[in-house]
Design a protein around this ligand. Structure first.
Ligand code: ADP
Ligand code: MG
Length: 209
């Protein structure tokens, strides 16, 4: 089943994602507080507040620019290492030709490009207890669902991301502040991975409305 979003709908979807992540601020801080410094929700909420402002204040004629502005707003408002990492999720479409619609193929290209950017920037691999543990399985799920509708593909992506979050509980941390806890981080999920699962879940929920 073919299914696509217009530029305007793509913008609405990312505003919906932003609202969902802003609402998750306290939960994300609580998770980060168990093995990190407890600020992840603040950074993410700050980033997505800037995204909402930018997307509401501008008009768009391509899907590419909606994603680019989303990433750039996060980069500039969040700052630091996590600003670079989480903004990269939305900056993977820079090599694509101008898109007037978002379909499963173009969303997959943007997310695969974002994942590669995240890996170059952060050097984390699967199993390092980072957002990559949710993001990589989500991208692979999109890639396996090229013949599905955007909605079905996103459902499988968010379920794969949630499964990835559960797996982060089993790993000791190797990056960020949590790595200083070594094995004491075992049993606790990664905050950034949780954020990734919420982003994909919100995209799915937008399409299910
Ligand atoms: P900080 O670690 O500076 O306090 P945040 O709390 O906002 O930043 O973000 C922490 C999250 O960032 C972690 O839960 C993890 O998912 C992600 N992260 C940390 N280092 C890396 C990395 N090298 N690659 C990918 N993601 C990372
Ligand atoms: Mg933190």
């Amino acid at each position: 089943m073919m299914e696509q979003l217009t530029v305007q709908e793509t913008r609405d979807m990312l505003i919906f994602v932003a609202d969902n992540l802003i609402e998750s601020k306290e939960m994300l801080c609580e998770i980060d507080g168990k093995i990190g410094d407890g600020d992840h929700g603040f950074g993410i909420a700050r980033g997505f507040t800037a995204v909402k402002e930018t997307l509401n204040d501008n008009t768009y004629s391509t899907v590419n620019n909606v994603f680019k502005d989303t990433g750039m707003s996060m980069l500039h408002s969040m700052g630091g290492a996590s600003g670079i990492i989480f903004s990269s999720m939305f900056l993977g479409g820079s090599a694509l030709t101008d898109l007037e619609t978002l379909n499963i193929g173009s969303l997959t290209s943007i997310m695969r490009g974002g994942l590669e950017k995240v890996k170059v920037q952060g050097k984390a691999k699967l199993g390092d207890k980072t957002m990559v543990d949710a993001y990589e399985p989500a991208v692979i799920a999109l890639e396996k669902n090229q013949d599905s509708s955007l909605k079905i593909a996103l459902k499988s992506a968010f379920l794969a991301a949630e499964d990835g979050v559960r797996k982060t509980k089993e790993y000791p941390a190797k990056h960020g502040r949590s790595k200083f806890l070594y094995d004491r981080s075992i049993g606790i999920e990664d905050a950034g991975a949780t954020t990734v699962s919420l982003i994909f879940k919100a995209m799915y929920n937008y399409l299910s409305k």
